[in-house]
Ligand binder design. Structure first.
Ligand code: GLU
Length: 485
C-alpha cells in the first residue's frame, strides 16, 4: 500500500515566496496529491517584526499562480486550524506550561548581556557556545522572587545529556546528533512568543503531519525539534531535507543570480506550468526519460526515493527552454492575454485596449509564438512591427537590396497585395508562390528583398506573419523609404 502523505508547507511571511520555498511547497504538494493525502499551508509568523500581511498575500498568490492549491490553510480553513501561528499562542502556552510543570522546561532569567558574555567566552576558548544551564537549578522561591521583581524570563527546554537525537531522513539517510551539542535552548521568548523550534513541533504534531519535507538548511534545527517531541512524549514524524538550490556558479542561489521570487518570474514572462515543471526537476529526476511533463505526469512519477542529496543547480537556460516549449503549446488567445499587460507596461498599448488592439496583438503573437522563450522576449521584436523608419542592418542586407531584380520583385509584391481582400497569414503566404511564378525568380530571390525592404533584417519571424501585423499603411511607407517603390 502507498503511504499517505499528510504534509505541510510552513512559510514565514517575511518576504515574497522565494523560488526555494516554492520548490519545497511543490514537493510536498506532489506527494500529497500522489498519495491522496493532504497539503496544509501554515503561516509561521512568530517573528513579529519581520512578518507582514503583504508577504502572506504574495505567498498565497504565488502558490495559486503555480497551481499548488492547499487543502487546509488560512484561506481554505480546515479541521486543524488556526493555520497562522500568531493565532495559536494559547496552544503553545498550554504545552510550555505542561513542560514547566513536569520539570522538562524551566524559566531562565539570565540577561542578554550575561548570555552574550558566556557566548563570547566560549568562542574565545574555541568551544561551541551553549547555555550553561545556570537557571535550571533555581528554587521555586528564587523564581518567585525574580518574577516579583518584574523580571521577564524566557523558557528553556531542559535537554537531557548523553542522548542521541536521530533524524531518519528520507533523502539524507540516518543523521545522528548528540544532545550534548544542543544545550538548553529557548522555547518561549520573554514576550511569551514561542520560538520556531517549539511552535513547529506543537503544530506538526497537532496537525497530524506525517512527513516534514523542507529545505536542507533546517536539518540543523531538527535535533532541537526531536528533543521537543521527546519531552512532550510524542512520536516523531518522518523527515526529508531537500538540498540547496545553487546558482550556476555553484554558490547559494541569491539575488545576484537574478530573479529569486515566484512573482518575479511571472513578471518576466514565464508560464506557471514551465516553472512548475522546472522546479520539480530541481533535485528530482524522473530517471532518463523526457523531462517535459504535465502536472499529472509529475504527480504520478514523483517520489522521495528519486530526490537527490546533492545540491540542485538552477539552470536558467533550461527554464527558458521549457518556457519556450510551453509557449508553443499555448493557445494564441492565452498568449495575447499575457502579452497585453507587457505591451502596456512598455508603452506599446494604452490602458484601454480596443478590439483592434487585440487583433494586432493576435497577429504579433502568431508571428512570435515559435520565436520567443518568455512573453517578455516580444520586446526585442517590437521594432519590427512599429514605426515607419527602419535601419538596414548591415552590408549583407544592403547588398540584397542592390540586386537588379529587386524592383521587379517589389512591384509584383505590391500588385499582389493590392489584390488581397484581407491580409491574413495564409493568403499572404500564397503571394510568394505567385510572385515566383510570375517573375521566374525562386525562393530567396523573392523572400530576401521583401524581408530586407520591410524589416531591414536578414532574419526574423516568417514574413507572412509580419506583413499582416504591419498592414497596408506601414508596408507602403517602409517600401517607399527602403527601396523607393
Ligand atoms: N517557517 C520556516 C521557514 O520558512 C519553516 C520551516 C519548516 O518547514 O519547518 O523556513
Amino acid at each position: 500500500m502507498v503511504e499517505t502523505y499528510r504534509v505541510r508547507f510552513a512559510p514565514s511571511p517575511t518576504g515574497p515566496l522565494h523560488i526555494g520555498g516554492a520548490r519545497s511547497a511543490l514537493f510536498n504538494y506532489l506527494l500529497a496529491r500522489k498519495s491522496g493525502g493532504q497539503f496544509v499551508v501554515r503561516i509561521e509568523d512568530t517573528d513579529l517584526e519581520r512578518s507582514s500581511k503583504e508577504s502572506e498575500v504574495n505567498i498565497f498568490e504565488s502558490l495559486k499562480w503555480l497551481g499548488l492549491d492547499a487543502d487546509e490553510s488560512i484561506m481554505d480553513g480546515g479541521d486543524y486550524g488556526p493555520y497562522r501561528q500568531t493565532e495559536r499562542l494559547d496552544i503553545y502556552k498550554k504545552y510550555a506550561d505542561q513542560l514547566l510543570a513536569e520539570g522538562k522546561a524551566y524559566y531562565c532569567f539570565c540577561s542578554e548581556e550575561e548570555i552574550e558574555a558566556e557566548r563570547a567566552a566560549a568562542m574565545e576558548k574555541g568551544e561551541m557556545p551553549m547555555y550553561s544551564g545556570k537557571c535550571r537549578n533555581l528554587t521555586p522561591e528564587q523564581q518567585q522572587e525574580l518574577l516579583a521583581q518584574g523580571k521577564k524570563p524566557v523558557i528553556r527546554l531542559h535537554v537531557p545529556h548523553g542522548e542521541k537525537l536521530v533524524v531518519d531522513d528520507a533523502v539524507r539517510g540516518v543523521v545522528t546528533f548528540e544532545s550534548d551539542g544542543v544545550g538548553d535552548f529557548v522555547i518561549v521568548k520573554s514576550d511569551g512568543i514561542p520560538t520556531y523550534n517549539f511552535a513547529v513541533v506543537v503544530d506538526d504534531y497537532l496537525m497530524k503531519i506525517s512527513h516534514v519535507i523542507r529545505a536542507e538548511e533546517h536539518l540543523s534545527n531538527t535535533p532541537r525539534q526531536i528533543a521537543v517531541y521527546h519531552a512532550l512524549g510524542w512520536d516523531v514524524p518522518k523527515f526529508a531535507h531537500i538540498s540547496l538550490i545553487l546558482g550556476e556558479d555553484r554558490k547559494k542561489m541569491s539575488k545576484r543570480h537574478g530573479a529569486t521570487s515566484v512573482t518575479q518570474y511571472e513578471k518576466l514572462g514565464y508560464l506557471p506550468e514551465a516553472v512548475f515543471n522546472f522546479l520539480a526537476l530541481l533535485g528530482w529526476s524522473p530517471g532518463g526519460e523526457d523531462e517535459i511533463m504535465t502536472k499529472e505526469e509529475i504527480i504520478e512519477k514523483f517520489s522521495l526515493d528519486a530526490v537527490s542529496k546533492s545540491p540542485a543547480v538552477f539552470d536558467m537556460e533550461k527554464l527558458k527552454w521549457l518556457n519556450g516549449h510551453y509557449i508553443r503549446q499555448s493557445s494564441i488567445e492565452r498568449l495575447v492575454g499575457l502579452a497585453i499587460p507587457y505591451l502596456q507596461s512598455e508603452g506599446y498599448l494604452q490602458e484601454q485596449v480596443t478590439e483592434a488592439d487585440k487583433q494586432w496583438v493576435t497577429l504579433i503573437m502568431q508571428a512570435l509564438q515559435e520565436k520567443i522563450h518568455t512573453i517578455n522576449d516580444i520586446g526585442e521584436f517590437m521594432p519590427l512591427f512599429v514605426g515607419e523608419d527602419i535601419t538596414i542592418e548591415d552590408d549583407e542586407a544592403k547588398e540584397v537590396l542592390a540586386d537588379p531584380d529587386v524592383p521587379t520583385v517589389i512591384n509584383a509584391f505590391k500588385a499582389k497585395l493590392a489584390e488581397l481582400p484581407e491580409w491574413n497569414a495564409d493568403d499572404v503566404k500564397k503571394i510568394f508562390k505567385a510572385i515566383s511564378k510570375e517573375t521566374g525568380l525562386k525562393g530567396k530571390k523573392v523572400f530576401m528583398p521583401i524581408r530586407v525592404a520591410l524589416t531591414g533584417q536578414m532574419h526574423g519571424p516568417d514574413l507572412h506573419f509580419i506583413i499582416p501585423v504591419l498592414g497596408p499603411e506601414l508596408v507602403e511607407k517602409r517600401l517607399q523609404k527602403t527601396v523607393n517603390l
